[in-house]
Design a protein. Structure first.
Ligand code: KIV
Ligand code: ZN
Length: 511
């Protein structure tokens, strides 16, 4: 009988700490539902004390997820823990994750606390958290650079205070796999009461070792891995969920544990996260990169044709490649549409939303013959962002480009019902469109990223555009989808401006 390896996904918390990856409440709920469908054990939904927006997002995830535990992060401060407890009140299963730094450099330079004060605060934090839930996780931040004897003291004390999961973070991605594995083994051996708790690991990828370090820890007895979809996360990111899950599953001869993840959801989840955050997946990324299962050399192709396992250690379809099924077309009715959305786990809040989304589906089906699941996700994703913050709305757009001519765009926008129009030249039709929008709105935002992805294959595919804007230190992503990529670009630009307009402030957990 194999042990269960708990998958703790922190895409919505540490992943969101990647500059530019901030997500709205609706986006977080959509990703959380997809993580639940993939059978992730624990979803860290955010840091409720960071802002009212973060609190609302964690609450919304807690209220809508039933099959995964929902976790909120809190510094070892009473007010943070209270916020986390309140945000998680509606969860079917709730966890509070509290942390305080234990490395000499963090204690001395950042916290300005003595080691004894840190232990005292850690114990208090765990006790506060236990007032809200029995499921309390404690992390000694920067454990990878902490003194092991001091770590043992802190961890023994928090076990006594009621922590049931001890998470060992390599916060700055500094350790080597052998060293990190050894650290986990030593902690498990030396700490009294360690057999009563789950050891977890949380590795950052600064030296490209996050997955290797996590797996070394699993070999040495860690039974929870904290990871993110596509390896998103602070700086160089966190250990990537898909790599951890598939390494353990593919090498069952080597590992004495397995996860409960339903791997066919891995690729759709990766696409969803990449679309929402605007962080593209590199083509040669393991498992979810476009080339992960592509064979280019003649010798490899020949081998695979003769016997697939000559060059493939996993099957593409097992991780969700090729799951892109044609299901609906322009003759599909409202019921077929509704039931496909339900199968995809998409819950449109009201009949009215269903009606407007169905109308937009019909418009799309007129332009694009075959509608795939990805198209439906994009439709709903637009509806979410459109419905909630539509301060600026695209009414019409004409863009012209011709060889040898200067591209030109003319646009009509409604700002809270008031119509304005403008025209502009540009270096291309998208540039002309963005300039025309700026003539009307003069946002002064700086364009940081413009990316276009074909949602499905084929030239009639919808283009999904992500625009990242920065203004006064705030970074937001806007998304837009359309069969015309200039229109998709205008929608994405306005969606980003709508988010900037909503003007939410948030704090950072490590500050
Ligand atoms: O990297 C880190 O140390 C963290 C903690 C909050 C667990 O993200
Ligand atoms: Zn982290």
């Amino acid at each position: 009988m194999k042990d269960h390896l708990i998958i703790f996904d922190t895409t919505l918390r540490d992943g969101e700490q990647s500059p530019g990856a901030s997500m709205t409440r609706e986006e977080k709920v959509r990703i959380a539902r997809q993580l639940e469908r993939m059978r992730v054990d624990i979803i860290e939904a955010g840091f409720p004390a960071a802002s009212n927006g973060d609190f609302a997002a964690v609450k919304a995830v807690a209220d809508s997820i039933k099959d995964s535990t929902v976790c909120g992060l809190a510094r070892a401060i009473e007010a943070d823990i209270r916020r986390a407890g309140e945000a998680l009140r509606g969860a079917a299963s709730a966890r509070i994750h509290t942390f305080i730094a234990t490395s000499p450099i963090h204690m001395e330079k950042k916290l300005r606390m003595s080691p004894d004060q840190v232990i005292e605060q850690a114990v208090k934090a765990v006790k506060w958290a236990r007032q809200y839930t029995d499921d309390v996780e404690f992390s000694p931040e920067d454990a990878g650079r902490s003194d092991i004897t001091f770590l043992c003291r802190v961890l023994e004390a928090v076990i006594k205070a009621g922590a049931s999961t001890l998470n060992i973070p390599d916060t700055v991605g500094y350790t080597m796999p052998e060293q990190f594995g050894e650290l986990i083994r030593t902690l498990r051996e030396r700490i009294p009461g360690s057999e009563k708790v789950v050891f977890s690991v949380h590795c950052h990828n600064d030296l490209g070792l996050a997955v290797a370090n996590s797996l070394a820890a699993v070999v040495n007895g860690a039974r929870q891995v904290e990871c993110t979809v596509n390896g998103l996360g602070e700086r160089a990111g966190n250990a990537s969920l898909e790599e951890i899950v598939m390494a353990v599953r593919t090498r069952q001869d080597f590992f004495s544990c397995d996860t409960r993840i339903d791997a066919v959801h891995i690729v759709p989840t990766s696409k969803l996260v990449s679309g929402i955050t605007g962080f593209p997946v590199q083509p040669n990324k393991a498992i979810v990169g476009a080339n992960a299962f592509a064979h280019e050399s003649g010798i490899h192709q020949d081998g695979v044709l003769k016997h697939r396992e000559t060059y493939e250690i996993m099957r593409a379809e097992d991780v969700g490649w090729g799951a892109n099924k044609l299901l609906l077309g322009k003759h599909s009715g409202r019921n077929a549409f509704r039931s496909r959305l339900a199968e995809l786990g998409i819950d449109l809040k009201s009949e009215e939303t269903l009606n407007t989304t169905f109308m937009r589906f019909k418009e799309l089906a007129d332009k694009k013959h075959d509608i795939f699941d990805e198209d439906l996700y994009a439709l709903v994703s637009e509806d979410d962002s459109v419905a909630l913050r539509e301060h600026y709305k695209l009414l019409s757009l004409t863009a012209h480009s011709e060889t040898g001519e200067t591209p030109h765009a003319s646009i009509v926008i409604a700002e809270e019902g008031r119509e304005s129009r403008a025209e502009s030249d540009g270096s291309g039709p998208v540039d002309a469109t963005f300039r025309a929008i700026e003539k009307i709105l003069a946002s002064g935002a700086e364009l940081q990223l413009f990316s276009v992805n074909a949602i499905t294959s084929g030239t009639d595919s919808q283009g999904e555009v992500t625009v990242r804007l920065q203004k006064s230190g705030r970074i937001v992503n806007g998304n837009g989808a359309d069969t015309d990529i200039v229109v998709a670009s205008a929608k994405a630009y306005l969606s980003a401006l709508n988010k900037l307009h909503s003007n939410l402030e948030r704090a950072h957990p490590q500050v």
